[in-house]
Ligand binder design. Structure first.
Ligand code: ATR
Length: 276
């Protein structure tokens, strides 16, 4: 693709943002449809968010993904927030238009699409959800909208209790209290990102018939145990890809095939591996 005077700009704003895989697969999606556009990372410090927001508008940027720690504030800055984003309380997708800035949350859709690959029916399914941060809200919204019965555990118990009052779930004091009755376990905490993070519960209690998902996109300790125990399991890469595919659809009206974006990430990882 040759960039010229008509090239449009998309991007991702976050802090930090250098680790983001979104430019890798969003640029592949643009290329797939021969769209004259580019998708770039914008590292924006929290204190600069308002300025950056105005700058994006002034520069005619067409759309951005929003990642940590800006998702909550991005929602409040937008002119036209979507109803799902309002309930979740955060936006990960902004679309700049002449009528104003639209805000969406595609994390919950990404989660559901990824999940449905290995758990089709969620009605009445008992789920242990770990974590009560921003990501947990999107996952909880998705699970409740599908009729799952959610048991929520969080290191800071008050946050779990508050979220359960809002979304209608059951806060538990420790994961071990319900691990025997749930069919599905999902981790939305950042514990597991680092090797030295202590386990959230005794992962030896997992049973082969349980399904396990970690929204972190690498093989965490939780997923290693799930594998060892013979559980069906999934890391967060598919959720990331599906949320991005939905953002792409909102910006362009086009549905990029999963294989295209997955292929881009796999190639990128392979290149990085060879580059050391
Ligand atoms: P995100 O938007 O990614 O969810 P967040 O809103 O900062 O990020 O939430 C982080 C979540 O990870 C919280 O549920 C947090 O628990 P607390 O509410 O008790 O802080 C959880 N978390 C982070 N590190 C953790 C750890 N080492 N053990 C257990 N939970 C952890």
């Amino acid at each position: 693709m040759t960039f010229d005077g008509k090239t449009e700009v998309y991007g991702v704003i976050g802090y930090p943002v250098k680790h983001s895989l979104s430019p890798v697969f969003q640029n592949r999606a643009l290329k797939h449809f021969s769209i004259n556009a580019v998708y770039v990372p914008f590292e924006v410090k929290p204190e600069d968010l308002e300025k950056a927001f105005e700058g994006l508008k002034a520069l005619g940027v067409r759309g951005v993904n929003v990642t940590l720690p800006h998702k909550e504030r991005a929602l409040t800055l937008a002119d036209i927030p979507d109803a799902h984003a309002k309930t979740i309380g955060s936006a990960n997708t902004l679309k700049f238009t002449p009528e104003g800035v639209y805000a969406y949350n595609t994390d919950w859709i990404g989660f559901l699409k990824a999940l449905k690959k290995f758990l089709q029916e969620l009605r009445k399914v008992k789920v242990l959800l770990l974590g009560a941060g921003g990501s947990s809200r999107a996952v909880l919204y998705a699970l409740k909208s599908e009729g799952a019965e959610v048991y929520l555990w969080n290191r800071t118990e008050e946050k779990a209790v508050k979220l359960c009052e809002e979304f209608g779930c059951t806060a538990v004091r420790k994961p071990e209290d319900v691990i025997d009755v749930v069919e599905f376990v999902v981790n939305t905490t950042s514990a597991g990102l680092k090797e030295e993070d202590p386990p959230l519960f005794d992962y030896n209690l997992l049973k082969p018939e349980q399904k396990v998902m970690d929204i972190i996109y690498k093989e965490t300790e939780l997923l290693k145990f799930a594998k060892k125990k013979g559980c069906l399991f999934q890391d967060g890469l598919d959720m990331l890809l599906y949320q991005g595919m939905e953002s792409f659809r909102l910006w362009t009206g086009l549905e990029v095939p999963y294989e295209v974006v997955k292929g881009a990430v796999l190639e990128y990882k392979k290149e990085k591996l060879y580059a050391g």
